[in-house]
Design a protein around this ligand. Structure first.
Ligand SMILES: Cc1ncc(C[n+]2csc(CCOP(=O)(O)OP(=O)(O)O)c2C)c(N)n1
Ligand SMILES: [Mg+2]
Length: 356
């Protein structure tokens, strides 16, 4: 079972005011409800490709990205999400309808149907599409963070990595480089216990992933990934250090992947009691209980937020469903960044074999 002793205990509201706490709840609900809409669309064969759920992990994406300097003009912090960080894109400013169009591969989606799910780059909002090869984004982010440092920009790069992705060479090379360069890179290892069907016991001989931080010589912290305020507080500390020139940080959140690797995976390898244990630690329910118990929100206020989100998601879904699929010939360009193409097959100025 999960090593509970690695989970830091005791957090406060982290200096957040009532409106900010409500905003966090809004984004937790938005992430969950957008994903629920996606699940329904997937079952209707309207989602193209796999659907990788973040059910039970929403607090990680939401809490962490809330600690970033989020801008929409290309001057803010930069994020590289992994497949289970849909919520992080919503926080960085992606409208739900745009996200749904992307998952449905619509012609007016950010990649016009060429890419799936969170594989979207937006330099203005500050997020980079993940490269599918695990660990590779840590190398990319090491470069992004180094460029911030070299240009004297007080910006930070934040990357998510699964527990499985930490076992790649790319993860090690990228992170070590950032550590040595004292680049402002914060990496959050999302320990959700599984990589496909491989449990963490077969992924690492360490008790906790942050034990590896000593080997890199960086600052580290671990927290309960299902506690949105703990994730926010931990990430904020790492981001502030990085922004102040104190270098990279390796963070770990303890959470759990409540669904299979993707919707097609019935997760037969998961013991039922393990699922039940984590269902009872649902991050959205836990935050709701906390908001009420501390008097940070009333039941009516929470109901209003949930209803507003439901309405927003329904509008987004209608908009995405009524969007057109891409034109088939659009797949031929712009593949290599060609600005203008007379005929798709002439992009390298080669003789056209069909006309020869
Ligand atoms: C280098 C590499 N090896 C294998 C894969 C196939 N693959 C995609 S996701 C995945 C599991 C990832 O597990 P983890 O990093 O723990 O992330 P999680 O799915 O739990 O969020 C694997 C093995 C890949 N994309 N890249
Ligand atoms: Mg995992």
């Amino acid at each position: 079972m999960i090593n509970d002793s690695a989970v830091a205990a005791g957090v406060s509201a982290g200096g957040l005011g009532r409106a900010q706490l409500h905003e966090l709840y809004h984004y937790l609900q938005l992430t969950r409800q957008v994903e629920q809409a996606l699940t329904n669309l997937y079952r209707q064969n309207k989602v193209i490709g796999g659907l990788y759920r973040s059910l039970g992990q929403e607090a990680t994406a939401v809490g962490a990205v809330y600690a970033l300097r989020r801008r929409t003009d290309g001057t803010g912090d930069v994020l590289a999400p992994a497949i289970r960080n849909l919520g992080s894109l919503l926080l960085m400013g992606a409208p739900p309808a745009e996200v749904l169009r992307q998952y449905m591969a619509k012609g007016n989606s950010p990649t016009a149907g060429r890419e799936q799910n969170v594989h979207i780059t937006d330099y203005q909002r500050g997020y980079l599409a993940p490269i599918s090869h695990l660990g590779t984004m840590i190398e990319i982010l090491a470069g992004v963070a180094l460029s911030f440092r070299m240009r004297g920009e007080r910006r930070v790069a934040l990357g998510f990595s699964g527990d499985g992705a930490t076992s790649t060479g790319a993860f090690h090379e990228g992170f070590n480089f950032a550590a040595v360069q004292r680049a402002p890179l914060v990496v959050i290892i999302e320990n959700n216990r599984y990589a496909y069907s491989t449990p963490i016991e077969r992924q690492t001989a360490c008790e906790s992933f942050i034990e590896k931080a000593g080997g890199y010589g960086v600052w580290s912290e671990c927290c309960d990934g299902n506690d949105v305020l703990a994730v926010f507080g931990m990430t904020r500390r790492a981001v502030e250090r990085a922004r102040a020139g104190e270098g990279a940080a390796l963070l770990e959140v303890i959470t759990y992947r409540r669904k299979g690797h993707a919707e097609h995976d019935p997760q037969h390898y998961v013991p039922a009691e393990e699922l039940k244990h984590w269902q009872e630690r649902d991050p959205v329910d836990a935050f709701e209980r906390r908001l009420l118990a501390e008097g940070w929100a009333t039941p009516d206020e929470l109901e209003t937020i949930r209803a507003r989100v439901a309405e927003q998601v329904e509008r987004a879904r209608d908009q995405a469903e009524s969007s057109p699929m891409p034109e088939p010939e659009g797949a031929l360009y712009p593949v290599y960044g060609d600005a203008e193409i007379a005929r798709p097959w002439t992009r390298l100025s080669l003789p056209d074999p069909h006309l020869a």
